[in-house]
Ligand binder design. Sequence first.
Ligand code: SF4
Ligand code: SF4
Length: 82
Amino acid sequence: MMPKITISTPKEAAMGLTGSWRTFRPVVNREACNRCGICAMYCPDAVIDQDTMEIDLVYCKGCGICSNECPKKCIEMVREEH
Ligand code: SF4
Ligand code: SF4
């Protein structure tokens, strides 16, 4: 099996924080998810835990790549309510 590596890692400084500008947030349908880890592998901010599939919304930018790449289509992008 291919190792699950991420393209980048989130920055530790405040500049890595997302703040309140995100328009959509990813929500995982846990009943449909088979924990294949593809979403975590593609997330450019490396904010999806590869074991639990928990998404760290402090760093998530809402780009939707995880939702687009999920083969089971079980990540829905939901509009943020500000
Ligand atoms: S890509 Fe989809 S099915 Fe695979 S771990 Fe992520 S949410 Fe689950
Ligand atoms: S929306 Fe983008 S930044 Fe957020 S978890 Fe998905 S791929 Fe990562």
